[in-house]
Ligand binder design. Structure first.
Ligand code: ADP
Ligand code: MG
Length: 332
């Protein structure tokens, strides 16, 4: 186990600066999720930690060792990718142990480590199967097993669940979080999916165009997003962001109010018309056009009697209002 420290780490491809120099410390034993939209530099950052990509600038340290120019195989990291790239002709057992056999590890030790990893991942009954005889989730677990047997100081995951269907992704989120608790290892996990970030991370780092927008615990970022970008990125449905006169009258260039905090009430601040209603069973999403404000979404518990065309007023508890000036959160 080890912490990971990036000091002024940056990346250029030719003349293009993809990641301006940034500082980031990932605590020993943490589950840190790097999250941001496609193309923001998540994979590049992870690959620089792994040593699969040279840094253009700065220093990468793992467990206090400067590994900036150390070969990937000597960094004590193991990476799991979106495409699991299993060998089709090998069994689960052979796939998991492949890297260890290459390294020349004694057979008994390989058997022991593979057995342990298979048990941890509930793959023991499947150990003789080949990849085509496995489901997508089981294949991804084999890929994770390949990482576990190496007993890395740091696990690196690059969108490992993106190829799975929604139900399986939800299950694997729980399994990965449990795996982290059991192994206590440092894990750095890259995803564009804010749900994965919110549910698995003990620390989220939000990236935007190669820069860190904000880092903190999931609930810190949800409660006090530092920028409109973070405000809109975390949470579903997205926070309502309002600018213009409606924002100015509340003291901001932009104000935000989450759908779950926007209430339909007869004395609400804003009036308008309901455009669309989505019934999700346990909750209802009400899309409305508010006069002088624009389109908003409100989330209400349970069923709603409201229908498109209804006139409504909406309001909120002022403690739930997010106020942004010059792109930064204003604190009271
Ligand atoms: P993410 O993983 O967040 O989707 P990437 O780290 O893959 O983003 O890419 C970040 C940016 O770097 C993108 O604009 C991408 O086009 C660019 N990029 C990635 N790899 C290369 C490369 N080998 N050559 C040039 N540009 C690259
Ligand atoms: Mg990527």
């Amino acid at each position: 186990m080890a912490d990971v420290v990036l000091a002024s780490v940056g990346k250029r491809y030719g003349g293009v600066e993809v990641i301006p120099p940034l500082d980031l410390t990932i605590q020993d034993g943490s589950f840190t999720v790097l999250v941001g939209p496609s193309g923001c530099g998540k994979s590049t950052l992870l690959r620089m930690i792994a040593g699969l990509e040279d840094v253009s600038h700065g220093v990468v340290a793992i467990g206090g060792d400067d590994v900036t120019h150390v070969d990937p195989s000597q960094r004590g990291v193991a990476m799991v990718f979106q495409s699991y790239a299993l060998y089709p002709h090998m069994t689960v057992e052979e796939n998991i142990g492949f890297g260890l056999r290459l390294s020349g590890m004694p057979r008994e030790e390989i058997v022991e480590r593979v057995g342990e990893a298979a048990a941890t991942l509930q793959l023991t009954p499947l150990i003789e199967r080949r990849p085509r005889q496995l489901s997508g989730g089981q294949r991804q677990r084999v890929a994770i097993g390949r990482a576990i047997v190496r007993k890395p100081r740091v696990f690196l995951f690059d969108e490992p669940l993106s190829n799975l269907d929604a139900a399986l992704r939800a299950q694997m989120r729980v399994e990965l979080a449990e795996l982290h608790r059991r192994l206590g290892a440092t894990m750095i996990y890259v995803t564009h999916d804010q749900v994965e970030a919110m549910t698995m991370a003990d620390r989220i780092v939000v990236l935007n165009a190669g820069r860190i927008e904000q880092a903190g615990s999931p609930m810190e970022l949800y409660r006090e997003p530092a920028t409109p970008f973070v405000a809109a990125f975390l949470g579903s449905p997205k926070m309502n962001l309002i600018s213009g006169d409606a924002a100015a009258s509340l003291g901001g260039e932009m104000v935000g109010i989450r759908p779950e905090h926007l209430r339909i009430k007869h004395d609400g601040r804003w009036g308008g018309t309901i455009r669309h209603v989505e019934h999700l069973g346990s909750e209802t999403l009400i899309h409305a056009e508010l006069d002088g404000v624009g389109p908003v979404t409100a989330k209400v518990e349970g069923e709603s009697v409201h229908a498109p065309g209804d006139l409504v007023r909406m309001g909120f508890d002022p403690s739930h209002l997010h106020v942004f000036v010059e792109g930064r959160r204003q604190t009271a």
